[in-house]
Design a protein around this ligand. Sequence first.
Ligand code: PEP
Ligand code: MG
Length: 882
Amino acid sequence: TKYVYFFGEGQVEGAGDMKNLLGGKGANLAEMLSIGLPVPAGFTLTTEVCTAFYDNNRHYPEELSGQVKEALGKVEAQMGKKFGDPKNPLLVSVRSGARASMPGMMDTVLNLGLNDETVQGIIDQSGDPRFAYDSYRRFIQMYSNVVLEMDGDVLEHILEKKKEEKGVELDTELNAADLKMLVEQFKKKVQEVVGQAFPEDPEEQLWGAIGAVFGSWMNPRAITYRKLNDIPAEWGTAVNVQSMVYGNMGDDCATGVAFTRDPSTGENYFYGEYLVNAQGEDVVAGIRTPQPINKAKYKEGDLPAMEDVLPECYQQLLEVRSILEKHYRDMQDIEFTIEKGKLYMLQTRNGKRTAKAATHIAAEMVKEGLISKKEAVLRIEPEQLDQLLHPSLDPAADKDVIAKGLPASPGAASGMVVFNADEAEEQARLKKRVILVRVETSPEDIHGMHAAQGILTARGGMTSHAAVVARGMGKCCVAGCGDVKIDYEKQQFTTKGGVVVKRGDMITLDGSAGEVIYGDVPKVQPELSGDFAEVMTWADEFRRLKVRTNADTPHDSKVAREFGAEGIGLCRTEHMFFEGDRIQAVREMILAEDLTGREKALAKILPMQKSDFLGIFREMKGLPVTIRLLDPPLHEFLPQTDDDVAELASACGVKFSDVKAHVEHLHEFNPMLGHRGCRLAISYPEVYDMQVRAIMEAACELVKNEGFDIVPEIMIPLVAHVNELKILRENAVAVAEEVIKEFGVEVEYLIGTMIELPRAALMADKVAEQADFFSFGTNDLTQTTYGLSRDDSGHFLPDYVERGVFRRDPFVYLDRAGVGQLVKMGKEKGRATRPDLKVGICGEHGGEPSSVIFCHEIGLDYVSCSPYRVPIARLAAAHAAL
Ligand code: PEP
Ligand code: MG
């Protein structure tokens, strides 16, 4: 097996489409070389090495060492240097590179190959002892941290002390002798902490670093990241070994990161940051403040741009930008180094971007003729749209801006301040909104960033960890906010203006403006026009699956229609029972002693329900509307406290003790499997009769008086046996026909059922005899298929996911193998009886992209989801069809 792929000028073994084997970084390095871009020579150990390593009890395949040796020889030949040679040493970087970019893994070791002998060679080569020893001490720091797993602060502390002794502030102010001494001190410390000498043998160093990359694939942070991002462990990572180039050899050297277009807004200008005389990680580490690449967005006070400082290099870089965009036909995120005026590319990949940028870039690239509409649609992740659909600050609202930082990731969010990731996670579990405030973030904070509404950091640029990760997550983020001084000990931060904000205080972030605001500022809904609307129109051209919404009120219906809903798939009638003082009438109905009492109360509810349906039908302008009849157990509507009981008793003119007794009588041990759904109507048919009447009166009235075209879809929940549906259907037809006769109009209507119990799915051919349509209630169907309470499992499901029992929460992601099988079978059996049976789903899964794709695959007619997820479902449905 070929485990090692060489890349170098004129000789490239890999290619851009070999990401599965070479990882993203390795494949792109090969690709850049083959389109003529300058890339330092190196080689990639494939992801198969990683897989073999773990399959084989952490041993490498036998052929590996020979192949590495051979590839290293080619690098040496190309660079005219030798690895480990004291006179003319080759130094390399070692980096991880999985298929998908993966924070949390061992990232980089630079300057590998240095030891007390080779450092002399570097001094001779460069004529710069300071540079040589600076590289050496960096190498020891990185290697001991990421390979020997030593706490990075230990050596950093020695460095800080050295600077203090010398009375200097910057690393660059230390001289060669200082750095040489540091190297000695570092090595001593490593021996002390790790219990073994720092490896001098370059070969040992190399295998150490390679081992650390493969080892980091299974570290807890990487595992967490994979879980959150749904990356299978079997993919493995590749390792890239590449000859070093230096951005820190003087003022004609630099290193930087850039995006070929603005990753926040998508605007078409070259966006990036660089540092003169610096090495790789300095830019992202947020230690020095990076300078802009060009002056497209120059503001007063900005540091000098590369365009002015290194104009020739800037020209080279511009050229690379244009070659890359034409070649990859997508916005690229690049890393580069300039060594003595010559540009080298170290990485390119499709750049992470906000949803706003994604839609803008996709729309523009179609206009530029770079990509097709299909590609544009596929470029946008459905889940990512969530960002666009979320609120921004109400421009009319008062706001007390207490600090300003970088607008690192757009959107607005408010929450209580917390200072560490664990607490963010804890509070979020308690349903608290939090803002995570950190000096800077690292991969260790990912879970907290995930839990928080927004992220504020004091340090770091637009390409810092916080900024990049927040954009990926679609969280609003203000980064590099030097205006705040954070005191972890006291759990508070102080702004430049002297405002002290303590843990638990409410703040608001505006990630589009970079503002930190005291208190909770009102927000407004986003404008859904422009690029977004355009791309969504394209998506609609490609999809087959219809997208409806779950909406209970005229207002929700309106929002959903603006989001592109093509009807209502689920109107939960009982949600309106809590509006205003309707609950009083509902309680009277439930507590009535007999039919006459119930009918009296139902007569009060009828006009209210009818007015709701009038409102909804009007908003939906003739689009299909599915209305579900009463579903939850009755006691959900009952008074909870004695005070409520007393109030109800006096309103109904009955004794407190009677009401109390009745309430207790209605108690159920297992209400979700109790007297609910259609079972209520088997006992009390008058309840559904009233609801059907309300629906039909509203429809007939609109048809008669306002010329509407409406076909109401009446839906009966929680059916297990066809006989339930048969009886309730007959009742409903009787009422509907009566109403139609009263109004003297012709109105069609459908009567269907939810499939949310396994028995209904198993018997779907029978059930379909009585149904005009099916709607899978996958919330209950998941609950009943797993026998897993949807209301209680939140406490222990995380353990299941954590321990890998479930890959993901089945209430969020439709369980294709189990529950999905019932859905598929239910649909097929139903259609076998009635080929024209309309079939959709209305559980929460209807707005979750992978579940939507499943619904497309098994041939459902529509999905129905909450209004805000309608665009996500539309896009997912398009992806499914492409
Ligand atoms: C369902 O069970 O999937 C459903 C849509 O109904 P509800 O969530 O109201 O039980
Ligand atoms: Mg249900």
